[in-house]
Design a protein around this ligand. Structure first.
Ligand SMILES: [Zn+2]
Length: 437
């Protein structure tokens, strides 16, 4: 697996050897798989469900109790703990040099209903582990360090949106799984929804942000690779495609006199697949839903509405694929006399590439620890995608057994968790030494 690392570095055209040098007396060896496993187990006691996972939805009693446990661990690790106005728990350790921006790392501990014990939790426990190891080894960093446990990740990245681009008022009025509105929930965990401005961090205020997280897919597990270096979180765009034909008698209308909206839709669906397949890149495009009207066996479809979804790490690529689809649709519309229009149904999410330098630093950290790694996108959303707006951001994935997530069957081994925490530790130290400068 080492070879993959080499190939990536060559491909990136980077002399990463200097980044890979972990100091002789690196404290990474003191990252404890047993301690992490013990804490994951303890955390899973808050909101335990009968299936062996957790239902620790944000703002619930279980979430509030779990948050207290995390604050306690942070204090034991020597962190100065505060809750910002958005309810994010932030533990800070001062640096040796005044006026340097903080290096922030962390994740979330809230879960989906019927969730597992690792999504988010590994990132928070792993971040505390990093500080604990620095502390026991007496390692001072130049930059301040901040460990973050974000509010309500599963309910729409509430804490990280509040910290970066700001929460919409409408989102504050949404009812969360706890039964409380987001506004009430933020208050319940010690935040102040009337002063969310105070939770905002400006671009440049943080030196970097790093999130350790389980992959939630099966790529690392199936290939037996230790670490995923996340290239970014894919963007998703949706449209309704409306195809207008003419509904008419299926028995009396000759084949050459039809304006069949469903035949045009079928042609377009094939074109979409062909375009997404033949365009260079890793974009994906999907028609996942189709409705023909009036929807009777003996009537030529007069109208079809189908969905179009395109995903990629780059907005430009999503646009490129969409433009090609639109051009193909114009031809089909003309040839079959069935006007076709595309109605955007909202940007589900904007692509959030991680910082290229951060990817190199993380890859070099894995190399330095003799861990195999693969560069990969994230198909799921994470707090890190918001943090890309204000700080150089990186993400470290560790394997999820069988790729199962958002389920009580979610599992990551203690060794894999510890590997992730070691890479996080080395990444933090490399940034502290100036790897981003
Ligand atoms: Zn998560």
């Amino acid at each position: 697996m080492f070879r993959q690392g080499i190939m990536f570095l060559l491909a990136a055209g980077v002399a990463a050897a200097s980044l890979a040098q972990t100091s002789e007396n690196s404290p990474a060896g003191d990252v404890s798989a047993a301690r992490m496993a013990e804490r994951i187990e303890a955390l899973s006691g808050f909101g335990k469900n009968p299936e062996g996972g957790v239902s620790r939805v944000a703002f619930s009693e279980a979430d509030i109790a779990g948050r207290e446990y995390i604050k306690e661990l942070m204090r034991e690790a020597g962190l100065d703990v505060r809750v910002d106005t958005a309810g994010n728990i932030i533990g800070r350790r001062e640096g040796s040099e005044r006026d340097l921006p903080a290096i922030m790392f962390g994740s979330h501990i809230d879960s989906v209903p019927g969730g597992g014990n690792y999504d988010g939790d590994v990132g928070v426990i792993g971040a505390i582990e990093v500080v604990e190891v620095l502390e026991t080894n007496g390692v001072a960093t130049r930059h301040p360090l901040e460990v973050a446990s974000f509010t309500d990740e599963e309910g729409g990245l509430v804490g990280s949106v509040a910290m970066t681009t700001g929460l919409e008022d409408s989102h504050l009025d949404d009812t969360s799984h706890s039964g409380l509105t987001v506004r009430e929930g933020i208050r319940a965990v010690g935040g102040n929804p009337d002063r969310l401005d105070l939770a905002r961090r400006k671009p440049g205020e943080l030196a970097a942000f790093i999130e350790l997280h389980i992959e939630q897919g099966a790529i690392l597990d199936e290939a037996d690779i230790d670490i995923g270096v996340v290239e970014g979180i894919v963007g998703i765009r949706w449209w309704d495609v409306v195809i207008e034909g003419f509904a008419n008698h299926a028995g009396t209308t000759p084949m050459n006199r039809r304006r069949d909206a469903l035949v045009s839709a079928a042609e377009l669906a094939l074109e979409i697949n062909r375009i997404a397949t033949s365009t260079p890149g890793r974009q994906v495009a999907t028609v996942g839903r189709i409705r023909a009207e009036p929807g009777a066996p003996n009537v030529i479809p007069g109208r079809v509405v189908m969905s179009l979804e395109i995903r990629d790490l780059e907005t430009a690529k999503i646009t490129q694929v969409f433009d090609a689809v639109e051009a193909a649709a114009a031809q089909i519309a003309e040839a079959r006399d069935t006007p076709i229009r595309f109605e955007p149904t909202g940007v589900a999410s904007v692509p959030a590439p991680t910082d290229e330098r951060m990817r190199r630093i993380i890859a070099a950290a894995a190399d330095g620890l003799n861990l195999s790694y693969q560069v990969m996108p994230s198909g799921a959303g994470h707090d890190a995608q918001d943090m890309t707006h204000i700080a150089p951001t990186g993400m470290i994935f560790v394997p999820s057994r069988d790729g199962i997530s958002h389920s009580p069957k979610e599992y990551t081994s203690p060794e894999d968790m510890a590997n992730g925490s070691k890479v996080l530790l080395e990444t933090v130290l490399a940034i502290d030494r100036g790897a981003l400068e």
